[in-house]
Design a protein around this ligand. Structure first.
Ligand code: ADP
Ligand code: MG
Length: 729
């Protein structure tokens, strides 16, 4: 019984780093090798078709059938040169991953043979059998079919033998069944609203892009050890396991030397990512043992989201060739840090200006402050929604623990920017706007150094921190699709910028000068959104009380947090920006609640099985060994001496009995509680029951299992322990 654990541990220790194939070309040469980027489009498409396609990519122009056919032909030629035999629409349903169904290029040629075929029709639209994807009842009520439609703004790419086409996935009645469709709408909305505001400052601005630079944290675990942990295998996290005597307390892992086997994995991953056009740049050890991080250079938001989805599947694949499993779960191990995915977000114009970066002149800085203050307003108004956008059964383990942002959204600006806002608030309008010389207005906006934030001015505890030329939304979970957070944030920003423009225009209609009107509105906003600004320690207990006084959303129950999507403010915001309707929001919440319930349900089942099949039998076997020993002592020594000699073992026998009987009893009540919860008909109420009654029981049972782990003979313990999972690399 004990052999499996020792076998896998031994093997894990012996595993050598895998050889990595290093291309002969430089990274700049093989970057994007498997992507149909502009360079390839130019090469493989007729000039006219190339122009039409880039117009569709840049300006959302529609492509007619004939052009689509020619694009498809060029794509097919390029893909087949790379050895592709299949194609797939690649989309992001409301699960965590991506979905794909591969079709071969082959068609009958009408003469009894086969030919390679890929038409514009197949490129543009498909009808994957959609009935098994989460949809929150949208298709049941309306239309049974869904379809996927090509997103020309994200380039197609080849993975292995398959041409992958990024698509949206929508119901026939038009409701999105995925993340990409609403994301594209949110990006369009923020483009429009931000462009309008930019034109106060520069009439040449035609387009505003949202940018996203994600930082992906993850754990690596030896594949053999992973396979011997059914909880990791089935739920992505350890449902039991006592802390190792050493974990992260020495702070010796963060930025430490990368272990060679891990370095080989990273190298391999980076090469393959670069070939797929993902501009990976940063890699390092993270805080917890066996925890690491990678980050690309930021990109346009939609592309960055696709690249994050792609890198997550690439990580899973590459890890296996190195004898690892990658854990993307937010909290695979209790007692050490969990994993997040910081979303660095900003807006930038087609004229090359980063709107969240300070400028050189007073006017540039007014524009900068305009965008910063509007961001704060958007985050303030929708702090509950933003929290809902990053919340999940898995991320809930990480948030609020003493390592990650609390389950309260606030924003950190740093001393310099705070001072600028305070100055604007405290000065009078006349002080800020003076009539000067022939240039009209003279602005008293303080100079802001371009490098705003040095390392001493970083608040690691803030869930939404300003970091020099961007905001960093740190509460996003490592496993999440970034689109969820980006939909909420960009849509909220679009609404806010639209309101801002209305407020400024209203003042101008009353005869106010433009800059004076902007400053007046900004000053009002600075006062109004003050409750969202928090520069202190977000982990502290005082902050929770203070945040509640400020009226920020302090709810901690995941299913209740999802209610934020359906608040009047959220529905108004999503509908006014054209991102989602109430009906869609309702349907998507059904999916969120259902997913939450299922995740806890699976964990409860796995825990029940594991304790009854692994833990209790092993503990009982060990207990029997001890009982045996007690009896033998009795046979060997006079009663009093035997009693003394066996006292220790008798105590352990009793302890084991206490723990095992607690476990058995509570596994039974866990089953009963599930039966009760499963009968609840509403998805929301069911999820709440799972949150309130079942999730806490998992923790209680675990407590006793972890106690047993310390007591039972190590030789008999079947499951790999934390010290092995976390320290073998
Ligand atoms: P840190 O860990 O110090 O926050 P990293 O270098 O790990 O920083 O990651 C920072 C991420 O932020 C990178 O993806 C980077 O490209 C991105 N980034 C930098 N500037 C911007 C910006 N203006 N908008 C969006 N993302 C940005
Ligand atoms: Mg980082």
């Amino acid at each position: 019984m004990t052999t499996l654990r020792f076998r896998v541990v031994e093997k894990a220790f012996q595993t050598k780093p895998a050889a990595v194939h290093i291309p002969e070309e430089r990274p700049s040469e093989y970057f994007g090798k498997y992507v149909f980027n502009r360079e390839k489009m130019f090469k493989y498409l007729p000039t006219k078709v190339y122009q039409r396609l880039t117009d569709a990519m840049d300006n959302g122009a529609t492509l007619d059938r004939d052009v689509a056919d020619q694009v498809a032909a060029g794509m097919k030629r390029w893909a087949m040169e790379l050895g592709a035999t299949h194609y797939t629409h690649w989309f992001q349903p409301l699960t965590e991953g991506t979905a794909e169904k591969h079709d071969a290029f082959v068609e009958h040629d009408g003469k009894g043979g086969m030919m390679e075929e890929f038409s514009g029709k197949l490129l543009v639209q498909q009808e994957p059998d959609a009935s098994s994807f989460p949809n929150g009842g949208i298709r049941n009520t309306f239309e049974a079919r869904g379809y996927s439609a090509w997103d020309p703004s994200s380039p197609v790419f080849v993975v292995d033998d398959t041409l992958c086409i990024p698509t949206v996935f929508i119901a026939y009645t038009g409701e999105p069944l995925d993340y990409k469709a609403p994301l594209l709408k949110a990006l369009r909305a923020v483009d429009k609203a931000a462009t309008d505001v930019c034109r106060y400052f520069d009439p040449d601005v035609r387009k505003v892009m949202a940018y996203l630079g994600w930082e992906q944290e993850y754990f690596l675990v030896d594949e053999g050890l992973y396979a011997a942990r059914p909880d990791l295998l089935l739920t992505g996290r350890t449902l039991m396991g006592h802390e190792a005597s050493k974990n992260q307390q020495l702070e010796d892992h963060y930025f430490g030397a990368i272990p060679t086997r891990v370095a080989a994995f990273m190298k391999d991953l980076e090469i393959q990512a670069l070939e797929l056009g993902i501009p990976l740049k940063t890699r390092h050890n993270e805080v917890a043992p066996n925890q690491f991080e990678l980050a690309p250079i930021f990109e346009e938001c939609n592309l960055a989201v696709d690249h994050n989805m792609l890198i997550m599947s690439l990580m899973r694949k590459v890890a296996r060739t190195h004898g690892f499993r990658v854990l993307l779960h937010e909290k695979p191990f209790k007692g050490v840090n969990g994993s997040g995915k910081h979303n660095n977000w900003s807006l930038g114009t087609d004229t090359g200006i980063l709107l969240m970066a300070p400028g050189k002149t007073a006017e540039e800085n007014l524009r900068f402050i305009t965008f910063v203050v509007n961001t704060l307003m958007a985050v303030y108004r929708h702090n509950g929604l933003l929290k809902a956008s990053i919340m999940s059964a898995t991320n809930a383990h990480r948030l609020g623990a003493n390592e990650a942002p609390p389950a309260i959204i606030s924003s950190f600006l740093g001393t310099q920017l705070s001072r600028v806002l305070d100055h604007m608030e405290d000065s009078t309008l006349d002080e800020l706007v003076a009539l000067g010389g022939k240039h009209g207005m003279k602005l008293d906006i303080p100079q802001i150094p371009e490098l705003l934030i040095d390392n001493t001015d970083r608040n690691r505890t803030s869930p939404f921190a300003f970091t020099g030329n961007r905001f960093e939304f740190r509460a996003v979970g490592s496993e999440a699709n970034c689109a969820s957070a980006m939909i909420a944030l960009n849509a909220a920003m679009a609404e806010q910028l639209t309101d801002f423009k209305n407020d400024v225009d209203a003042l101008m209609a009353k005869g106010e000068q433009k800059l004076a009107a902007i400053i007046q509105v900004i000053r009002r906003y600075i006062k109004e959104c003050k409750p969202i600004r928090f520069d202190g320690n977000g982990y502290s207990e005082e902050w929770k009380a203070e945040a509640a006084r400020r009226g920020l959303d302090c709810e901690t129950s995941v299913p209740v947090i999802f209610d934020n999507y359906l608040s009047e403010g959220s529905v108004r915001m999503f509908e006014s920006t054209g991102v989602m309707t109430r009906k869609e929001l309702e349907a998507r919440n059904e999916v969120k609640w259902e997913t939450y319930t299922k995740k806890i349900q699976i964990e409860a089942r796995v825990l029940g099985d594991l304790v009854m099949n692994h833990i209790v039998p092993v503990a009982t076997e060990y207990q029997t060994k001890l009982i045996d020993n007690v009896y033998k002592l009795k046979g060997l020594f006079p009663p009093e001496q035997a009693g003394k000699l066996s006292a220790e073992n008798v105590a352990i026998i009793c302890k084991i009995a206490e723990h095992t009987s607690y476990i058995k009893e509570h596994v039974d009540s866990l089953v009963e509680a599930r039966k009760v919860a499963n009968k609840i008909s509403g998805e929301r109420e069911k999820a709440i029951a799972y949150h309130d009654t079942i999730a806490p029981m998992l923790e209680q049972i675990r407590y006793h299992v972890d106690k047993l782990e310390l007591m039972v003979d190590d030789q008999m313990w079947t499951l790999p322990k934390y010290r092995e999972l976390l320290f073998i690399r």
